[in-house]
Design a protein around this ligand. Structure first.
Ligand code: NAI
Length: 494
């Protein structure tokens, strides 16, 4: 077993890990990046990227409905999911290859195998065993754990990877089936994105959600708009459903539920609903990947699988070992992992000394979230309920796409944007949007919130006309009764 000494060893090359490796190399660190599967992790191989490649097909299908109105007559067309999947696979391969090229360009050493910390301390460095085709041992002054998450598996759901699937199965490069009837358990972000994709390709989709609402973390008025659209698109959402059993009968999947309000000891006699489908997707959250990393032996504390770390510095309970991304149990978003990678790398290298970087802290006040359904959703900062719970006095500006010239030109009039500001200071504190380019619009508001800008700062910024970005301008103006393209009462205060 060879032994090489690194400044930083990173276990896991998902968005957090590969980003951290490049960032550390930019500061001049000698870096080892260890991955047991493919570069890019869940996001690139089984998450954000493959779903967004399929979503691009969905957006084109959506547009087909408007073609005649737009002056394009297409007599016949056929949807070919296999082709869409082949394109998705190409996109993934190219991006995974791109990451390998970037790591090479930054002269980071890539190790393929399972990484495990087997000993050491902050003064002598940590030993890491890599079990790949052959065993290797490396030593690093600092270690970053970025091992991510995987689909949550409930034993009673009998996931067999044939008819009862996880999101990993459905995004497998060889999965090319469009089931006539698709049942989705869990109407969170993953469930809603797949419902949208498969309904567009022709499946009849039924979603079973335990809570009283799908994507319960989002603004209720945004969710209502999405449900309205889903109902028109062959997607039915059954809320407050307690899934009691999931069974592959051979010819179909049978799911039995009862109302989520039935107490556990009364389930036996409660009224049951039976659902049948060709395929069932289970998307009820994700588990942290923290097994066999040597955590217990080293005394690194965990909580139900999540690696505990200092919320500001991201250092674990053991000095010199940091953790980022899904495995920490925080917000499971690739862009949060990117941010955490920057913070952890800065802190790790600053603690070694001699690198052009200072200690820094995380900042979770401005995390944008995007959901790629039709229409898509973007949100950032505080939601109305959270503002109310915090006792904040808020101003709200709302603006519909149907009143925007550019949206009308594009034939994209569904949806609206809501901007929230503090009443006393006019500082923007949150925004939610559903409609075309919602996921892009939210970036301007994230910048505004991060830098403490007010409604007036945004309203006084010239936005190009005609553009969808005017949605942000008009909703800011609407918060103070000044939106030009909206009727209302004057409430303007300078
Ligand atoms: P989630 O937490 O967003 O949703 C899971 C849903 O399943 C919840 O609504 C929950 O109430 C429901 N549920 C849980 N147990 C259930 C049961 N036994 N029966 C019925 N319903 C049940 O988790 P999801 O959708 O699996 O996504 C995982 C993570 O990945 C999330 O943090 C999400 O934000 C992230 N993600 C982000 C995307 C994006 O940024 N566009 C895309 C996809 C995932």
């Amino acid at each position: 077993m060879s032994e090489i000494f690194y400044d930083l060893a990173i276990i896991g090359a998902g968005p957090g890990g590969y980003h951290a490796a490049i960032r550390a190399a930019q500061y001049g660190a000698k870096v080892a990046l260890i991955e047991k599967d493919k570069l890019g992790g869940t996001c690139l191989n089984r998450g954000c990227i493959p779903t967004k490649a399929l979503y691009a097909s969905v957006q084109s299908i959506d547009k087909l409905k408007d073609f005649e109105d737009l002056g394009i007559e297409i007599k016949e067309y056929t949807l070919n999911f296999k082709k869409a999947v082949e394109r998705k696979n190409r996109v993934v391969e190219e991006l995974v290859g791109g990451i390998a090229a970037l790591e090479k360009a930054w002269k980071n050493d890539l190790y393929y195998g399972h990484g495990q910390i087997i000993g050491g301390d902050i003064s002598s460095g940590y030993d890491i065993l890599i079990r790949g085709q052959e065993k290797k041992k490396i030593r690093a002054k600092r270690v970053l754990l970025a091992t991510g998450s995987s689909p949550a598996l409930i034993p009673s759901f009998n996931i067999d990877h044939e008819k009862i699937l996880t999101s990993d199965d459905i995004l497998d490069p060889n999965f090319i089936t469009v089931p006539d009837r698709l049942l989705i358990i869990g109407a969170g972000v993953i469930g809603c994105e797949f419902a949208n994709i498969f309904a567009s390709f022709g499946s009849k989709v039924t979603m079973l959600e335990y809570l009283g609402s799908p994507i319960a973390t989002e603004e209720p008025m945004i969710v209502k708009e999405l449900v309205k659209k889903f109902n028109k698109s062959n997607i039915e959402i059954k809320t407050s459903q307690n899934v009691l059993s999931v069974e592959n009968t051979g010819s179909s999947v049978k799911v039995i539920t009862c109302s989520a309000s039935v107490p556990r000891d009364q389930i036996e006699n409660a009224e049951k609903l039976i659902f049948e489908a060709d395929i069932c997707l289970v998307s009820i959250g994700r588990m942290k990947e923290s097994k066999d990393l040597g955590l217990e032996e080293l005394g690194i504390k965990t909580d139900r699988g999540a690696i505990k770390c200092n919320v500001n510095t991201l250092e674990t309970s053991v000095k010199g070992i940091y953790a980022i991304g899904d495995v920490t149990g925080g917000l499971m978003l690739a862009h949060v992992a990117y941010h955490e990678a920057d913070v952890a790398v800065a802190n790790a290298l600053a603690s070694i000394g001699g690198f052009p970087v200072k200690e820094t802290k995380t900042d979770y006040n401005t995390v944008p979230a995007t959901i790629f359904t039709s229409p898509n959703i973007g949100s950032v900062g505080v939601r109305r309920k959270a503002a109310k719970d915090r006792g904040l006095n808020i101003l709200m500006g709302q603006f519909p796409y149907s009143s925007l010239g550019k949206a009308k030109c594009m034939g994209e009039e569904e949806g609206f944007i809501v901007t929230l500001a503090e009443k006393d200071t006019y500082k923007i504190i949150g925004a939610s949007c559903i409609g075309v380019e919602a996921s892009e619009l939210i970036a301007e508001l994230a910048l505004a919130i991060k830098h403490g800008l007010t409604i007036h700062d945004v309203a006084e910024t010239i936005h190009s006309h005609p553009t969808i970005s005017e949605m942000v301008l008009e909703s800011s103006e609407a918060a103070i009764g000044k939106a030009i393209h909206k009727k209302g009462r004057p409430i303007y205060k300078p």
